[in-house]
Design a protein around this ligand. Structure first.
Ligand code: ATR
Length: 279
């Protein structure tokens, strides 16, 4: 019988996950279908209960439900519980188990250009949900430092305080981070600044960055944000958010099917979908 997979969010119309996962189901001859569902906050519990009753194989959870879903699941793995957000749910013998593949997806996507986080000096820009997933995942990899710069510095301090993994961290304003940018081996931009349609914005001007440092932006629309363009011009190695998106999906697919899928195929698929967009 055909297995149901899904993504729950609000809005959900722009999600590229359905096309990406349905292509994988057909490529690997798996009898599954992946559907987007727009679910309002107040309907989330009923939606999860309904999917469980229908014997869903698994589903993704996106904005704004990644944290709200936690109490509705039967179990949550350690990393997702610490992050306080779930993006992937797996039906394990009738029990809905929550995982977070956003942080691990970022790490896996980064691996080809920066294989080892241990001993590296890292700066994360932003202190929202995405920053949290990346911060907690990188904290487990033994970096030399893992600093956070945020518009609201207090939020960066709170994130650092919440982390159960021991790591040397400081919270900075954008101005302070801009001044000490030359210290870092890896800088990860996690805010919405520079995302289409506001493509002329960036968190701060990139003075004194270290040549050959790695600069990542988790935005993939546009594929090169102003932040990444400037970093590249000044000698950094850059990576956009496409890899994180593709690898979070690949890790979810692996949890559902046991198959780690062809990420090149997934990347091409997403690029094709992005090409068809007007913004
Ligand atoms: P996500 O889940 O995508 O990470 P979020 O949890 O809403 O989204 O977090 C948004 C992040 O982008 C925060 O770091 C936020 O900064 P504040 O903590 O100061 O709110 C940052 N952000 C959003 N819009 C911003 C803007 N115009 N200027 C600076 N930072 C911004």
């Amino acid at each position: 019988m055909k297995k149901l997979f899904a993504v729950l969010g609000d809005p959900i119309g722009h999600s590229m996950s359905p096309v990406m996962h349905n292509d994988l189901f057909s490529f690997y001859n798996i009898d599954g279908v992946y559907l987007p569902f727009q679910v309002k906050d107040e309907d989330l519990y009923d939606a999860v209960k309904g999917l469980k009753a229908l014997g869903v194989g698994g589903f993704n959870v996106t904005v704004p439900h990644k944290s709200k879903i936690l109490p509705f699941l039967d179990g949550i793995d350690e990393l997702a519980a610490n992050i306080g957000a779930v993006n992937t749910v797996v039906n394990e013998n009738g029990q809905l188990m929550g995982y977070n593949t956003d942080g691990p997806g970022f790490l896996k996507g980064l691996n080809p250009i920066l294989p080892k986080i241990a001993g590296q000096k890292v700066l994360i820009i932003g202190a929202g949900g995405a920053a949290r997933a990346i911060y907690f995942t990188l904290a487990k990899e033994n970096p030399d430092t893992l600093d956070i710069a945020n518009r609201t510095v207090e939020k960066a301090r709170e994130l650092i305080k919440d982390c159960p993994y021991s790591v040397s961290s400081r919270a900075y304003s954008f101005e302070e981070a801009s001044e000490s940018l030359g210290e870092y081996d890896l800088v990860v931009q996690t805010t919405v600044i520079g995302m289409s349609p506001k493509i002329d914005e960036q968190p701060f001007v990139l003075n004194n960055l270290r040549k050959q440092a790695v600069f990542c932006d988790i935005i993939y629309n546009p594929l090169e944000t102003k932040f990444l363009k400037e970093a590249e011009q000044k000698g950094a190695i850059i990576q956009n958010g496409l890899d994180m998106f593709v690898y979070q999906g690949a890790l979810a697919f692996e949890k559902w099917t046991g198959i780690f899928p062809d990420v090149e195929r997934m990347r091409d698929n997403v690029l094709k979908q992005l090409g068809g967009r007007t913004c």
